[in-house]
Write a protein that binds this ligand. Structure first.
Ligand code: ZN
Length: 240
């Protein structure tokens, strides 16, 4: 019998894409943990602009939040270009329209994506003693992506701990939040400076549009991702 490998619960690894949700989750982790590393994935996403935005967000967080800057450790982007060659999705293939597919899921669904991401994160966490894995999955507002459901993540957490004989804790702070509540959480964590960073530097739009700054941020305003972000912002503003 091997012994369970106990990992530090004050050291976290955040799945950080540079979007609104993962930026909020990163702030959440920096507020809560002693040491935080970040990981991004280049899986041939439709708009590689996300990967540029995540560096800007990281830089802005360091500039504006000195207390957080001291906690931020290594950032990595893993090349998962083989991933997009395995399946077809509107998120990785610009020729596809963003609609609802035969299964009732949007064509932006990339099967297994978050499962894959957490497996990679766990391998790194195991070796770097990062016992908390943080992701921005949310089952409330989204279009029913099965790998964003709380149940999926809970089972995955158990599977990873069984398969690696360890004690990871997966945290998904936005799992049950609406987009308006995500804006509110960001405000509570970092006040106006964090809201400004999210508005100006985080990227959400499926179409990769960043030509005009709206009060809710950059984006086409019409794709499902922009629509959620815009409506959430308006609801949050109206409530404050
Ligand atoms: Zn858009």
């Amino acid at each position: 019998m091997s012994n369970v490998k106990r990992l530090s619960k004050s050291r976290a690894l955040v799945l950080f894409s540079g979007g609104q949700d993962s930026t909020t989750c990163l702030a959440y982790a920096l507020d809560r943990f002693y040491y935080v590393e970040t990981i991004g994935f280049d899986y041939g996403q439709r708009n590689a602009i996300e990967l540029t935005c995540r560096l800007k967000v990281l830089n802005e967080l360091k500039q504006n939040f000195p207390n957080w800057a001291t906690k931020l450790g290594q950032d990595r982007v893993l090349d998962l270009s083989t991933f997009s060659s395995l399946s077809s999705s509107a998120l990785t293939d610009k020729t596809q329209d963003i609609t609802v597919g035969e299964t009732g899921l949007p064509t932006t669904f990339v099967p297994g994506r978050n499962l894959f991401f957490f497996h990679y994160a766990a391998v790194i966490g195991y070796n770097r003693d990062l016992g908390v894995l943080v992701g921005g999955m949310c089952e409330t507002d989204y279009a029913g992506y099965p790998d964003c459901r709380q149940k999926t993540i809970q089972h995955l957490n158990r599977t990873l701990n069984l398969g690696m004989e360890t004690d990871f804790e997966i945290l998904t702070p936005l799992m049950l939040s609406s987009k308006a509540q995500s804006w509110q959480l960001a405000y509570e964590l970092g006040d106006e400076p964090l809201i400004d960073i999210i508005r100006q530097y985080s990227h959400t739009c499926y179409q990769g549009v960043r030509d005009e700054l709206h009060d809710w941020g950059y984006g086409c305003g019409a794709c499902p991702a922009c629509d959620l972000r815009r409506k959430g912002y308006q609801i949050w503003q109206d409530a404050n």
